[in-house]
Design a protein around this ligand. Structure first.
Ligand code: AMP
Length: 487
């Protein structure tokens, strides 16, 4: 999962790009990058948080009224700077590109691009593959007559060849900004307007904080082209919109469970309100187990709305019994189990007076490996709890995500081959309450057909078996656990 932003402005766009990327920081803290376009592409990419990557000297250099930016959360590509986005090519016309998602036929495309198109993919980042397919399709068009049809034919070619999830932004100097969402619309992408300025972003929160008016979410398989040509500029920018393929819309439901910011609205569904409903849906599951907690404690921060709603519905007091140190980085992608366990301890600290001698119902958004839950439960026990129950606003996660969420190896899921009572024992809980799949869909929006592959194993696109194998090989390499690996 990553975050993307693109702006077509009347003034310099770099400061808005940086502010927008900061609003999307939760989507990726591993690396950040911006490409703007003046007479040339101006580029800055770096590892780390947005405010650490872009210094005042970079801001001065990143000139232009057109630009795209990216925050990375590593999926395909291990996390080297060489894999950081955006990427660019000089020909045809010059194209810069950034995307959020995961291309499932990346290795096949890499080989095909080399053998058939004599194009070399230098990084392990799938954005480079999309970019080269885009460039290849663009070079088949009559570029002397460049216009919206050129753009739409090019994107249609990309849809034909690139499989998986990809919410993509492409910047073409003196032509404009192109945004397109993958055929199933698995990844989110919105667009908005402020006067004659246009913005695309992964989440509506980026539009909000920069005062852009929300226009709409892109449809699955749709491309939007904002034309940027000096000769048309006085009459206002021209916007061309077209849905190029019509597949079923299958947005990733995990956005509402965990990933997106609660103040975002995606595909017409408020993230905050979904999380509140997830809490309500959990209440009957707690009652089924005849549990009588004295207090409900959220695991900060994502689970807070669900915990609030659950406490309300159970008529049990809610307490902030766990305090999070905001300055400690994420625990999820720390290499090695011991490091992960240590960092949970550093990140969360209990308030003993809220816990001691009580039956505590903890609420978290999801369990992947179970490391975090076990550590938190032990922490709560250490603070004197009488009993500890653990409620999860998502159903058991069992299947790898092939579309960009960092849970990609089949072996890492605690729920893959265990029933809830066994998981409860392993995480040291007196009771474990999972959301049901029906409850999840009902809470987010029963009218949508989501991608729920991580819970069900049913993927909306074809996934080559090779993809699972390559990903597992690569993840083991990244974690230094693979003997044949050079890194
Ligand atoms: P685990 O210890 O592996 O069970 O991790 C579960 C915790 O990680 C939960 O508290 C979630 O909030 C968080 N989490 C779940 N999925 C992800 C993800 N894809 N990336 C980062 N954190 C996650």
């Amino acid at each position: 999962m990553c975050g993307v932003i693109g702006i077509c402005g009347e003034q310099e766009v770099v400061n808005e790009l940086i502010a927008g990327l900061s609003a999307l920081q939760h989507r990726g803290q591993d690396a950040a990058g911006i490409i703007t376009c003046s007479k040339r592409f101006n580029i800055k990419k770096g590892n780390g948080l947005v405010h650490n990557v872009f210094k005042s000297k970079n801001v001065a250099r990143l000139q232009g009224k057109l630009g795209i930016g990216h925050v990375r959360y590593p999926t395909v590509g291990g996390g080297d700077l060489v894999d950081a986005q955006p990427f660019f090519l000089n020909s045809p016309l010059g194209i810069a590109m950034a995307h959020n998602g995961n291309v499932t036929n990346f290795w096949e495309l890499k080989e095909e691009l080399f053998k058939k198109n004599f194009r070399h993919i230098n990084s392990n980042c799938d954005a480079e593959a999309i970019l080269n397919v885009f460039a290849d399709e663009l070079s088949k068009q009559d570029l002397a007559k460049f216009g919206p049809e050129t753009v739409f034919k090019t994107v249609k070619g990309v849809y034909r060849r690139v499989k998986g999830s990809y919410a993509t932004l492409a910047l073409i100097p003196d032509r404009g900004l192109v945004a397109f969402r993958d055929p199933h619309g698995i990844k989110p992408l919105v667009f908005g307007k402020k006067g004659n300025n246009y913005m695309f972003a992964s989440e509506s929160v980026a539009l909000d904080i920069l005062g852009y008016e929300f226009i709409r979410d892109l449809k699955p398989g749709e491309a939007v082209y904002i034309e940027e040509r000096e000769q048309f500029f006085k009459e206002g920018r021209r916007v061309y919109e077209r849905q190029l393929v019509k597949e079923q819309h299958r947005p990733c439901i995990f956005e509402w469970v965990y990933f997106a910011r609660p103040d975002s609205v995606m595909d017409g569904i408020s993230v905050y309100e979904s999380r509140i409903r997830l809490g309500y849906e959990l209440a009957p599951e707690v009652k089924k187990q005849k549990l009588k907690p004295d207090v409900v404690v959220p695991v900060p921060d994502t689970a807070r709305p669900a915990a609030t709603a659950l406490a309300r519905r159970l008529d049990v007091p809610l307490s902030e019994g766990l305090i999070k140190n905001r300055y400690i980085g994420r625990t999820f992608i720390m290499p090695g189990q011991a490091a992960r366990e240590r960092s949970v301890r550093q990140k969360l600290n209990p308030i003993r007076s809220e816990i001691r001698d009580k039956k505590v119902l903890l609420v978290d958004d999801s369990i992947v490996r179970g490391t975090t839950s076990r550590e938190i439960i032990n922490l709560i026990r250490g603070a004197g709890a009488k009993e500890v129950y653990f409620a999860v606003s998502a159903p058991p996660l069992k299947f790898p995500c092939v579309y960009g969420i960092d849970m990609q190896t089949r072996s890492e899921f605690i729920a893959r081959d265990r029933q809830p009572d066994k998981i409860a024992r392993e995480i040291n809980a007196d009771a474990l309450i999972y959301q049901t799949l029906d409850g999840l869909v009902k809470a987010v929006d029963p009218k949508h057909k989501f991608c729920t592959a991580c819970f069900t194993g049913t993927y909306p696109t074809e996934v080559p078996e090779r993809f699972f194998k390559e990903i597992e090989r690569e993840r083991l390499c990244v974690k230094g656990m693979h003997l044949g690996c050079e890194s």
